[in-house]
Design a protein around this ligand. Structure first.
Ligand SMILES: *Cc1c(COP(=O)(O)O)cnc(C)c1O
Length: 642
């Protein structure tokens, strides 16, 4: 049964909390209007009091109403994300505090590029970064030099791009510093070692460089700055930088084969090139760390630099969680062998699950405590992975996914804020260039550090206010992922019952154990041994679960999504096991047909907070499996009749 603490959180599938949201919107709209009037109450109205009676005014209003009605009518064709019948992609209902904060902030229109344009919401963005930093186990005390830093982005794609940009800046900085040879700073003996420092040593160099500059008279300081800038990758470009350092090559990025396609985009955007992205094989849908070891060993042997290893917390297709603890261990081990790289965690999807692991005092919950709440969650290796998040160099998380915040709200976090200085852009007309020692003072010039320029302050307000109302620990925000994990466990029970009841008609299997709240189902008509036939069947089933713009939205009882299992991703052993479990003939896999080189499966995102019986006797999960049975049987009968 849904926890009562969730009842006031959302507008609700039925719009149950309409009166509350309406009251908030009206109250704060009026509040905004009073504010306008009170900026200079002595100014008379600029729009004449009788203007609303003018023909042109009425004409404009009529046109506007007509278009708004048309917009409102066409928006009725939207996908009903709010409904517990929607278990397709990574989106659900919106948290009321975030939605109300957005509405409230929009008419003030703050621009979070810098303090001048957003005196209020820029600090909220910096604080939201610290809230998320604390959730992940980073240092969140801005008085400490090693405090983390986080900012919002339009989404996970841009946050991942920012991770690449920062890792590249950190990797190349010591090489540029060597080339500029400032006196008194001890640097590695050669370019290769400088290009392979671990992130702590890079931060130490940034500190030493700042101390050196501070000791110079202003004119010399400017000259030293210019000298370093001339050697930096950011001025030379990758081609110029590598030409100046013949011992170095373009660095590689390792990401699991299931990694989101934003990594491919990021490689193109940074100019590293898609070919430098190396996909690491998986075992059980998680990064195969033995394979990674071999790849790193080869890089070291062949003197191929590595920029970063990406670990995924909640893969987009399968919801699986990489062994992040092993990735950070590998980083430490290889740094000892002279191969330095960063570890970035792409937690765009799964990041907020961390709230379940976090005590209100910031500590990590013991595995045992958590196991009392759930049947199987979390697996010990998932607990170990979450415990290691604080050791990652940077993290991506999407408030607009499991944070239940309106689009576009992604976030980038870096473990040690001192590294951010390497990304700073100077634009005299917007930013003051002083390196203030005060954390907030410095980062209020946000546009210096982020890929974007102008950006919505309303998004920052939504994220910050939501985290204030629901602090990011298991007693508060954690109620939402808890509901989601319990629904996942209920889904698995229902799937097992479904599988038993369909025996002799349909083979239904979970192709792998879900780590989080994303569950896939593989379905094959009983007796079928042909991969292409199964794929046609699942694609047809998926059509009855997808949005059809030509049909009224009510014609769909449920919304799901699909994905595929590729043999390259699963590995030979798992592929054989999956084929066998489904009764498929391995000879029909990749036999040269149109659609037989992979297995098409259904994918379910279980993040709606009202999937389970809320006390009205309805379980949407049970209803879903009934619907699936009817659709599957109709397809099987149709095939038999043909
Ligand atoms: C969704 C997702 C992204 C991309 O995020 P956007 O917000 O869509 O830009 C990146 N990585 C993972 C793992 C994701 O799930």
């Amino acid at each position: 049964m849904t926890s009562p603490s969730i009842h006031p959180c959302f507008l609700g599938p039925y719009g149950e909390n309409d009166a509350l949201l309406e009251k908030l919107v009206v109250e704060f709209l009026r509040d905004h209007v009073y504010w306008r009037r009170n900026v200079h109450p002595e100014d008379p109205p600029a729009i004449p009091t009788g203007a609303a009676g003018e023909p042109a005014f009425r004409d404009f209003e009529a046109r506007m109403r007509r278009e708004l009605h048309a917009l409102s009518a066409s928006l009725k064709r939207s996908v009903p994300f709010h409904s517990p019948r929607y278990i397709g992609h990574m989106v659900s209902d919106l948290l009321l505090p975030g939605l109300a904060a957005q509405f409230l902030t929009l008419p003030y229109n703050p621009n979070n590029v810098s303090i001048d344009a957003a005196p209020v919401t820029i600090d909220m963005e910096l604080k939201a970064g610290l809230q998320l930093a604390r959730m992940f186990g980073y240092v969140d005390d801005p008085a400490r030099p090693d405090c983390a830093f986080g900012h919002l982005t339009s989404g996970g794609t841009l946050a991942n791009f920012q991770a690449l940009r920062l890792a590249l800046a950190c990797k190349a900085f010591p090489v540029a510093l060597r080339a500029s040879a400032p006196p008194g700073i001890v640097l590695p003996d050669d370019d290769w070692s400088a290009f392979n420092l671990d992130s702590k040593s890079v931060v130490a160099l940034v500190d030493q460089w700042n101390a050196f500059l501070a000791s110079c008279p202003p004119r010399e300081r400017r000259q030293w700055r210019a000298r370093l800038a001339g050697h930096r990758l950011e001025s030379l470009g990758l081609a110029g930088f590598l030409a100046a350092h013949p011992d170095l090559r373009s660095p590689r990025v390792f990401a699991p084969v299931t990694a989101h396609y934003s990594w491919s985009k990021g490689m193109k955007l940074t100019g590293l090139g898609r070919a430098q992205l190396q996909l690491v094989p998986e075992r059980g849908m998680r990064t195969d760390t033995d394979a990674l070891e071999e790849m790193l060993a080869r890089c070291q042997r062949e003197r191929e630099p590595v920029l970063m290893v990406v670990g995924v917390m909640g893969s987009t297709e399968f919801g699986t969680i990489d062994p992040l603890h092993e990735l950070v261990d590998a980083r430490e081990r290889w740094a000892g062998h002279g191969l330095g790289f960063a570890v970035h965690v792409d937690a765009a999807w799964g990041g907020y699950l961390t709230t379940l692991f976090r005590q209100p005092d910031g500590g990590l919950r013991p595995l045992q405590d958590m196991r009392e709440e759930f049947r199987d969650f979390p697996a010990p290796e998932v607990h170990a992975a979450v415990a290691a998040l604080g050791r990652a160099d940077s993290i991506t998380v999407d408030p607009h996914k499991l944070g239940y915040i309106p689009y576009g709200a992604g976030a980038f976090l870096c473990r040690d804020q001192r590294a951010m200085q390497l990304l700073a852009e100077d634009a005299d007309y917007v930013f003051s260039t002083d390196q203030s020692p005060d954390y907030f003072q410095r980062f209020r010039q946000l546009g210096r550090y982020i890929p974007e320029g102008s950006k919505p302050g309303a998004a920052a307000a939504a994220v910050y206010v939501t985290h204030k109302v629901l602090p990011l620990d298991h007693e508060n925000f954690g109620a939402l992922p808890r509901e989601s994990i319990v629904a996942t466990e209920a889904f698995r029970t229902a799937a097992t019952r479904f599988s038993a009841r369909m025996q002799g008609r349909l083979v239904c299997k979970l192709p792998f154990e879900p780590d989080s709240n994303l569950v896939c189902l593989a379905l094959n008509p009983a007796g079928n041994t042909d991969v292409a036939t199964m794929n046609r069947f699942v694609r047809a089933l998926h059509r009855s679960l997808s949005y059809d713009p030509g049909q009224p939205v009510q014609s769909r009882e449920f919304f799901g999504s699909m994905t595929t299992l590729q043999p390259e991703v699963m590995g030979a052993e798992e592929t054989t096991r999956a084929l066998e479990a489904l009764g498929l003939d391995p000879a029909t896999l990749d036999a040269g047909g149109e659609d037989d080189d992979r297995l098409v499966i259904l994918r379910h995102t279980l993040m709606n907070p009202f999937l389970l019986d809320t006390g009205n006797g309805i379980s949407y999960l049970e209803m879903y499996f009934d619907y699936l049975e009817r659709q599957a049987m109709a397809l099987i009968e149709k095939a038999a009749a043909a």
